[in-house]
Ligand binder design. Structure first.
Ligand code: PLP
Length: 418
């Protein structure tokens, strides 16, 4: 007979979970959902801009006409052809054989980490990095090689070179991969200069290190602040070319429909070196067998109907206006000692407050006094790095009026504390 065990006995967990932390962003969800709160915190697209009607029509059409839509199945080839065309608009030439469909860019990142990283291995991250990238590698207990990021030019490639030239791993070998977001960085909002992109790719080739280029915001470009705005309904081509346009042997490109259509589709893609696509498939199979056949076919039907260019033009116009509204309000109300990025695209502005300010304390005051939330910058730091005076502001999910009002109220608190 089994001995009666006390209910309090803890289930033993895998060792790496001892370092596990709930992301600050997830913790914030409870606060953000309070009535009356004004949130600059998340990275959410505006639900009012989801292509609901056109997607509903595409979905209904697929369900009515395609008997394979609810079955297990192969990746949907027509969708890959559409992605080849989307990539061409980003200035990237690729073939359907190089496209691998994923359940969002997050899964793309997860699958690549499993493919490339050994337990206890090394990865190169920017010191301020998308939290989902840190979560993906955490089970490997990796050694992270942190690289700084310039707020105008992007990732510091001299530091990348210094690591690689020194033989980053104790064995003298190179890290498992370098992860970066060259366009409209999350959380920094910066886009990497063309010169740095070229050098980064050269380094990757010289030291035989794969580059993971995460590009969920590449098709959401608004042009320079106050200088130029894309008015044309044509899709924009980034002013700088993606890393994948510069090299197809060492760059793994991550794309996503989350920000250009809707996150709940959970659909993204990797543009990978063709020789590795089969292996990537084996890794993904272990996670979820395949991405939803229904969604793949419905998104393909939406794209077949030609809705995306007009939809993207709407997103660029709306989000571009909100970016402009936030920058204008920052210039109008924030103290002269503060500085911030002027993103060409994406959803975030990074603000550096005067050195003596603590963004975590400011957040508490902002919630208590003004019902406003944002993410303090320290939420994005890699282990061993700390910053106290920075904040990430999201501009995609509030109206221009709310942005102007919220930044004014935030500035009031900041100016009182200075
Ligand atoms: C930089 C970055 N990568 C990946 C993702 C995840 O995207 P997806 O919804 O396609 O999984 C996000 C989402 O915010 C992101 O900001």
């Amino acid at each position: 007979m089994l001995a009666q065990l006390p209910h309090t006995q803890e289930i033993p967990l895998a060792g790496w979970t001892q370092t596990m932390q709930r992301s600050v962003l997830r913790q914030m969800i409870a606060v953000v959902s309070r009535p009356g709160i004004l949130s600059f915190a998340g990275g959410l697209p505006d639900p009012a801009l989801f292509p609901t009607t056109d997607y509903a029509a595409a979905l209904a059409h697929v369900l009515a006409t395609d008997p394979k839509a609810l079955q297990y199945g192969m990746p949907f080839a027509p969708l890959k052809q559409h992605i080849v065309q989307l990539m061409a608009l980003r200035g990237v030439t690729c073939t359907a054989e190089q496209i691998f469909l994923t359940t969002g860019a997050q899964q793309g990142l997860d699958v690549l980490a499993r493919l490339l990283l050994d337990p206890g291995g090394e990865v190169m991250f920017e010191e301020l990095v998308y939290t989902g990238a840190q979560q993906v590698v955490a089970p490997f207990l990796p050694h992270i090689l942190p690289v700084s990021t310039d707020l105008v030019e992007g990732m510091n490639v001299d530091e990348v070179e210094a690591y690689l030239a020194g033989g980053a791993r104790p064995s003298g070998a190179s890290p498992a991969f370098i992860y970066t977001i060259p366009d409209a960085h999350n959380p920094l909002g910066v886009s990497m200069s063309q010169t740095r992109r070229e050098r980064l790719v050269e380094l990757a080739l010289a030291y035989n290190v794969p580059l993971i280029e995460d590009d969920p915001y590449g098709l959401l470009q608004y042009g320079e602040w106050e200088i130029e705005r894309f008015q044309s309904p044509n899709l924009p081509i980034s002013q700088s070319l993606p890393l994948r346009a510069l090299n197809d042997s060492h760059v793994f490109y991550l794309g996503s429909f989350s920000k250009i259509m809707a996150p709940a589709l959970r659909l993204g893609w990797i543009v990978a070196p063709a020789a590795l696509v089969t292996k990537i498939g084996v890794v993904k199979e272990a996670a979820d067998l395949e991405s939803s056949a229904l969604t793949q076919r419905a998104v393909a039907a939406y794209l077949d109907a030609g809705h995306l260019p007009g939809h993207l033009a709407t997103l660029r116009r709306e989000y571009g206006r909100r970016r402009d509204a936030m920058l204008a309000a920052l210039y109008r109300y924030f103290p002269a000692e503060a500085r911030w990025t002027e993103p060409q695209g994406g959803m975030f502005i990074w603000v550096e407050l005067p050195e003596e300010m603590d963004a975590a304390v400011l957040l508490e005051t902002a919630i208590a006094q003004e019902n406003i939330v944002f993410i303090p910058g320290h939420a994005f730091t890699v282990p061993g790095r700390h910053i106290h005076n920075c904040m990430r502001l999201n501009f995609s999910n509030c109206s221009e009026e709310m942005i102007e009002d919220g930044i004014k109220r935030l500035a009031k608190i900041i100016n009182c504390e200075l």
